[in-house]
Design a protein around this ligand. Structure first.
Ligand SMILES: Nc1nc2c(ncn2[C@@H]2O[C@H](COP(=O)(O)OP(=O)(O)OP(=O)(O)O)[C@@H](O)[C@H]2O)c(=O)[nH]1
Ligand SMILES: [Mg+2]
Ligand SMILES: [Zn+2]
Length: 363
């Protein structure tokens, strides 16, 4: 257990929270976003945060508004808005005119054969990587999620649920702690608030946490326990078609009675990495550092003489499985990044061709 509970935020009743006017700081606004505003934008726009993404619109929230607006640039990946984003809303029209630069972004290769990126969330402060003290516990999977967090420069926290059903949850915790130096790992019962309270230091006013992990590990349970009396997640299921909430890509930011925001995500079957080279270098810094000591600069660490990585495996300092996992993720990351970039270039070239054809037709 950590000493984090010493600086845990106070709980406010949901009623009081709803009554008080919401400020930009409450919504997670920072100096970083403020700096991006032009003087004249203050008059015609207001900043709003994306609370949910639906097929036909975005649910946004600002100090004075709480509504659904049109999608913002749905066709261009890098301009598309995702949950957690800050947009400048045109007061006259019901649409956003600009998306602000992000403090952080999580994305992955879209599942299946599609060669595109899927945005998971933006401007999250803490990535809560959820797994359970059972067969779901998988080092290779943790390394994927950690690469995502490290690449986005977001603090990762490993949450190991179902500690109440395991004979020695401490073993799982200790193993997870070896994943990264100073990694915070909590083993707990997700249904018990007394346990879940260890997560509160990350749930302070204006802070945003996101639960990610496989299906069934307890992400919604954690969210519900944190929500307490409000229990918006299960209420939502009752009001709605339960199917819609749990099995679709529905993601929503919920306000916690502790002042922060929580994003419960649907279980991810396969987190395919893309564009996280820095993140991988950071998660596998033990291998990357040794690579720089290999005799050949382009050493593949297979059979080369003077290979520092192979030497470390021979001496037992480095685990062979870890090298294998690193190799796999680096290859996957390169493959996905490349194929997405290629697909994008092709799309652009095709768009240009159509435009030119139309221009010629007009003439
Ligand atoms: N005993 C115990 N049961 C838990 C714990 N965490 C989750 N569960 C149970 O595990 C089941 C799945 O939990 P969910 O919260 O729905 O899992 P999820 O991660 O949201 O799953 P998806 O929405 O499918 O991604 C539920 O029946 C929970 O009650 C825990 O720490 N202890
Ligand atoms: Mg869930
Ligand atoms: Zn080498």
């Amino acid at each position: 257990m950590s000493n984090n509970h010493l600086n845990a935020p106070k709980k406010t009743s949901m009623e009081a929270l709803m009554r008080a006017p919401i400020t930009l700081a409450d919504l997670g606004w920072r100096q970083f976003y403020n700096q991006q505003l032009e003087a004249d934008e203050f008059e015609i726009t207001v900043p709003v945060r994306v609370m949910a993404v639906y097929r036909n619109g975005l649910h946004v929230r600002g100090t004075e508004c709480d509504k659904t607006i049109q999608h913002y640039c749905p066709n261009e990946d890098d301009k598309k808005a995702t949950i957690g984003d800050w947009l400048l809303l045109d007061l006259g029209q019901n649409r956003a005119i600009r998306r602000l630069e992000r403090l952080s972004l999580f994305k992955r290769k879209a599942p299946g054969t599609s060669r595109s990126v899927q945005l998971i969330a933006a401007n999250v402060d803490t990535l809560m990587i959820v797994s359970s003290c059972n067969q779901d516990f998988n080092i290779a999977r943790f390394e994927r999620y950690l690469a995502l967090a490290q690449d986005a420069e977001v603090t990762p926290v490993v949450v190991l649920t179902k500690a109440d059903q395991a004979t020695s949850p401490e073993d799982y915790r200790r193993e997870a702690e070896t994943l990264l130096p100073n990694l915070c790992v909590e083993a707990l019962n997700a249904t018990d608030l007394a346990d879940v309270e260890v997560l509160l230091p990350w749930c302070k006013t204006g802070q945003t946490i996101a639960f990610v992990g496989s299906s069934g590990v307890g992400k919604s349970t954690l969210t519900n326990t944190l929500m307490g009396e409000a229990d918006i997640v299960t209420q939502g299921i009752r009001e709605d078609d339960a199917k819609g909430r749990h099995t679709t890509t529905h993601r929503e930011l919920y306000r916690l009675p502790y002042g922060g925001w929580v994003l419960d995500t649907p279980g991810i079957r396969e987190l395919q990495l893309t564009d996280v080279e820095q993140g991988l270098a950071s998660v596998f810094s033990d291998i990357e550092e040794r690579s720089s000591q290999c005799r050949f600069r382009d050493c593949q660490h297979i059979t080369e003489p003077g290979c520092a990585v192979l030497a470390a495996i021979k001496s037992g300092e480095l685990e062979e499985g870890r090298l294998r996992r690193w190799r796999k993720l680096v290859a996957e990351n390169e493959r996905n990044s490349l194929s997405i970039a290629e697909a994008r270039t092709k799309d652009k070239a095709f768009g240009k061709m159509i435009k030119e054809a139309l221009a010629i037709k007009k003439r």
